[in-house]
Design a protein around this ligand. Structure first.
Ligand SMILES: Nc1nc2c(ncn2[C@@H]2O[C@H](COP(=O)(O)OP(=O)(O)OP(=O)(O)O)[C@@H](O)[C@H]2O)c(=O)[nH]1
Ligand SMILES: [Mg+2]
Length: 285
């Protein structure tokens, strides 16, 4: 399997800035992509923020397999972590996230109130991998488009404090990855969902990875999409047949890109590419 890594200098800089600012922060909002909850969890950021009250957002839940999103939500919830699943693109307000931020900061608010602070302000930081929807979430919380959003990784370049309301201030940060994906599948998954710069990977590798995954775990949805295309277990041959059948002649690479887009746009269904156990997944599909 092709090894994908993408860790340019600006990500390391952003990681250092997050680290420096953590002492000012009361709550960490860790934004994960609901299609790949564990693979989109930055181990470096998770470690840096392990002692902070936390809200985990399973964002883009409209694109993920709903049953697995529920499982992941239960999996991450604990005494210091509140978990919400969101579709922040299609919802203009995110009341459940505001509630979660308040819940996660309740102890801090109580402490400040006891000290006599009249209107305590909670500072939260929004962290996550590129393109997982951090700036979109922030705009929804603020109620207007203050942060730049774009459907490619690496849109936010700087860290900006924004006022959500009288009680909450929020820091938007650039999406960051980590120096090396120990499991090469993680790189494939992050490329498949659009969190890795497109010049860093081969489209046919990622398309084959997706075919392999869908064939193993979502066979009904794949069969429906393939319609009359028959195949044995040779996936490169299948990808070539698809290229021809769908009108891309011999242009394997261009069709591979198209197929990745089709999966991202839900043309085959809502999929989650991380699961808790093999058994979980088998029971589901
Ligand atoms: N379907 C869907 N799309 C979303 C959701 N949240 C954000 N998006 C889209 O995802 C893309 C990336 O959103 P951004 O908010 O720019 O992501 P970001 O995490 O700030 O990205 P960087 O600044 O590059 O790290 C945009 O096209 C958004 O419209 C969601 O819940 N569902
Ligand atoms: Mg952003």
């Amino acid at each position: 399997m092709q090894k994908i890594n993408w860790y340019p200098g600006h990500m390391n800089k952003a990681k250092n800035q997050i680290e420096e600012r953590l002492s000012l922060v009361d709550v960490v909002i860790e934004v994960l992509d609901a299609r790949v909850p564990e693979s989109s969890r930055n181990p470096v950021v998770a470690k840096l923020t392990e002692n902070k009250p936390k809200v985990i957002v399973l964002n883009k839940s409209d694109l993920a397999d709903p049953k697995l999103t529920k499982r992941w939500k239960n999996h991450y919830e604990n005494e210091t972590t509140v978990v919400v699943s969101l579709d922040s693109k299609h919802n203009s307000k995110l009341p459940e996230l505001l509630k979660a931020i308040k819940q996660a900061s309740a102890a801090k608010i109580e402490k400040l109130t006891q000290k006599g602070v009249v209107n305590p302000i909670i500072r939260a930081i929004c962290v996550g991998i590129p393109n997982c929807g951090k700036s979109t979430i922030l705009n929804r919380l603020v109620g207007k488009n203050v942060a730049v959003v774009g459907n490619k990784p690496g849109v936010t370049k700087n860290q900006n404090w924004l006022k959500v309301n009288q009680q909450i201030e929020l820091l938007d940060t650039p999406g960051i990855l980590w120096p090396k994906f120990e499991d090469p599948k993680v790189g494939m998954k992050l490329a498949a969902i659009g969190s890795i710069k497109e010049t860093v990977f081969q489209f046919d590798d990622v398309a084959l990875f997706l075919l392999d995954y869908l064939h193993a775990f979502y066979p009904k949805q794949l069969d429906k999409y393939l319609n009359t295309i028959e195949f044995d277990d040779n996936l490169p041959d299948l990808l070539m047949s698809m290229t021809q059948k769908f009108g891309f002649r011999e242009d394997y690479d261009r069709y591979s890109y198209h197929f990745i887009q089709q999966v991202r746009k839900l043309k085959l269904g809502q999929f989650t590419f991380d699961f808790l156990t093999e058994v979980d997944h088998e029971n589901d599909n």
